[in-house]
Design a protein around this ligand. Structure first.
Ligand code: HSE
Length: 440
């Protein structure tokens, strides 16, 4: 029986999950692979905490460099996270001719082009299914299953923490901070949870998906990113009245010679299946010219769901090694010399529907002033709702617009904000609704 040896770097949430699956399902995996997978070393700075796994003598060590330099190891699992030590270790593993499995979306989104170059030169595989959408096989779907499609759009809920927070606020009315603390306790959130709530984690994932879907070089910097921290229970309640739920969406669409790519809280109608994706679940819809829409759904975070994707990658690489076919599939799906620099459209140029909430004085002429400024910028209002006066202060006025250009909406809002009839800055939430321009 052949044996493939693995070195695991980082025994935190996902690393522990991968070690558990590899240990507990060793026989099952061997029966499917036709070879044994041996966890030769597990390296972590904390070798004291009990992970609930019985490692053999000398397996658990605290020197990750010893693991990447071990000539017996075939596959390195980089489960450390972050962009410094993880990058150095990954590059050394690649130089040493080892195949790598990672869940590190931040590293791939920031240094994916460099990693691609190093891996192709050395003829090793870098597998990263766990980096996007936890257990959902979105990387395999884009890179292999949909290889015959021209992909035109992707829309996804790609951050379990944000989805968990928004779902719990929407369904149970709990406070943002309480929901975030629970997501942290459950192990979904990043070590620095601002990466989740500010949207950057979702942007990392979209940068990777864009590269796979459109054959473009990784481009993180031009993706417009807005997080969920400004979403209030009031806006969630208004959204519900209009037939929408608010989700943090990753949206990308292939335009003529550019890509529209953005992350922001988005109102989607109840009829959109993504509106029913709750808790720490993720989902993504991919539109291809042959398949139409394909939707994947599953746990996007958490120990075992994410580790399931890691182990899937290990077995893929092991199968390629056993059949001398390493490097069979290009890292980002496209032959490296055919990857293009496709630009990402500035958000200001994109046209969408908007929800805008003003806090304004309930006085004669206020609505006409606001709608006049919007009208002068070519922004057409689809519906307006004003709540009755509860006190002497400002009242909420909610407007839904027809299709409008982002730059025009922002310019109008800054003009309106300067009026003495408007209190706090207006709230703007973008809407994705295919039927948004139909008369309701
Ligand atoms: N913090 C991430 C999330 C983990 O909440 O989705 C999975 O990438």
């Amino acid at each position: 029986m052949k044996e493939i040896r693995i070195g695991l770097l980082g025994c935190g949430t996902v690393g522990t999950g991968a070690a558990r699956i590899l240990t507990e399902h060793a026989d099952l995996i061997e029966s499917r692979l036709g070879a044994g997978l041996t966890l030769k070393h597990v390296a972590d700075i904390d070798t004291e905490t009990d992970r609930g796994i019985r490692f053999g003598a000398g397996v658990f060590i605290n020197d990750a460099w010893q693991v990447v330099d071990d000539p017996d190891i075939d596959i390195i699992l980089e489960m450390i996270g972050g962009k410094t030590l993880a990058r150095d270790l990954m590059m050394r593993a690649i130089e040493n001719g080892k195949h790598v499995v990672t869940a590190n979306k931040a590293l791939l989104a920031s240094h994916g082009n460099e990693i691609l170059g190093a891996a192709s030169r050395r003829g090793v595989e870098v597998a990263y299914e766990a980096s996007v959408g936890g257990c959902m096989p979105i990387i395999k779907t884009l890179r292999e299953s949909l290889v015959g499609n021209r992909i035109s759009a992707m829309t996804g809920i790609l951050n379990g923490t944000c989805n968990y927070i928004l779902s719990r606020i929407t369904d149970e009315g709990i406070a943002f901070e309480t929901a975030l603390a629970q997501a942290q306790a459950e192990g979904f959130a990043e070590a620095d949870p601002s990466l989740d709530v500010d949207g950057l984690d979702t942007a990392h994932k979209l940068a990777i998906l864009n590269a796979l879907a459109y054959g473009m070089a990784i481009n993180l910097d031009d993706i417009a990113v807005e997080g969920i921290s400004s979403i209030t229970p009031m806006d969630i309640a208004f959204a519900r009245q209009f037939g929408y739920r608010i989700k943090l969406l990753a949206i990308s669409k292939l335009r003529e010679d550019a890509v529209e790519a953005r992350i922001h809280p988005t109102m989607i109608p109840f009829s959109n299946p993504l509106s029913n994706v709750n808790a720490n679940l993720n989902a993504v819809t991919v539109t291809g010219d042959a398949v139409g829409d394909v939707m994947l759904y599953g746990y996007g975070a958490g120990m075992l769901p994410t580790a399931s994707a890691v182990v899937g990658d290990v077995v893929d690489i092991a199968r390629n090694l056993l059949s001398n076919a390493a490097g069979r599939i290009p890292l980002f799906g496209c032959q490296p010399d055919r990857i293009r620099n496709i630009s990402v459209m500035p958000l200001d140029e994109i046209t969408m529907h908007y929800y805008i909430r003003f806090a304004a004085m309930d006085r004669p002429g206020v609505l006409s002033k606001i709608s006049g400024i919007l009208g002068n910028r070519g922004i057409s209002i689809k519906s307006v709702q004003q709540k009755g006066r509860q006190s002497e202060g400002a009242v909420p006025i909610v407007m839904m617009t027809h299709q409008a250009r982002e730059a025009d909406v922002k310019a109008a809002l800054s003009e309106i904000s300067a009026l003495d009839i408007v209190g706090v800055p207006p709230v703007l939430i973008r809407i994705e609704d295919e039927n948004g321009d139909e008369e309701s």
